[in-house]
Design a protein around this ligand. Sequence first.
Ligand code: CAA
Length: 262
Amino acid sequence: MTTAAPEVLVEAEGAVGVVVINRPQALNALSIAVMDAVAEALRGFDRDPAIRCMVLAGLPRAFAAGADIGEMKAIEGAKAAGAALARHLGHWDEIGRMKKPVIAAVSGFALGGGCELAMACDMIVASETAVFGQPEVLIGVMAGAGGTQRLTKAVGKALSMEMNLTGRRLTAREALAHGLVNRVVPVESYLGEAKKLAALIAAQPPLAVQAAKAAVRAAVDRGLDKGLVDERNAFYGLFDTADQKEGMTAFAEKRKPVWSGK
Ligand code: CAA
């Protein structure tokens, strides 16, 4: 594998472009640097005529445990949140708009921005150990990269509400039952199965694949852009609250947060 950045591995395997997030010490938390490298790699593959399908994978223990809380903790207020995070969160939107199909290969934690990243992809191959959730409420904020929008479209209002309001996580089997993932495979083979699916897609006529992808996207993404803007503004707004400070500080200090409702 060649390395685009130390924490993101990039490799073309035939007509399949493979990007692996590799930041095990932070459970693949999606820092600004990691997401810059992920987006750059996928953008490159999306433009490369030799590539027909992409796989975005994490590591066996974590696809990604969310946006990097350490980078967000010190942000003071909604305006600063917008200034600090707009470009970063824009990467999730960009991945959702790629021309070529992107398959997420998910094992272990896919939480917060990690779940949102998997959902921004077109399909999800999950390992038996995969865990999906939007636990932002547990650290005083809410989903900010599509979690209230894409999850609701995928699993429906009832379950999305529960996940977004309580941080309830789904096992891989539950995610399969609720239509969030395409298949569940043993942990040893999640990356291989995702690559196999990508190779199958890459063997189809590329213009037809891209047109079909765009059409399916149009069916599910109608109204999505406005929803994402509203979600993002609400997410930034929570950086004006004491509970955001408390939630993220408590996470860093490995203690339970005490909510003031302010
Ligand atoms: N950001 C930064 N660091 C993180 C992280 C994150 N999202 N998730 C885990 N880490 C770090 C931990 O701080 C810890 O680092 P140290 O060893 O230096 O202390 C390391 O990864 C291992 O984590 P834990 O010790 O917590 O591992 P665990 O097995 O006990 O728990 C976990 C695993 C349940 C995933 C727990 O780490 C966790 O709850 N992580 C945060 C999940 C979360 O809240 N994600 C949402 C982030 S906000 C967001 O994503 C906003 C958005 O919508 C864009």
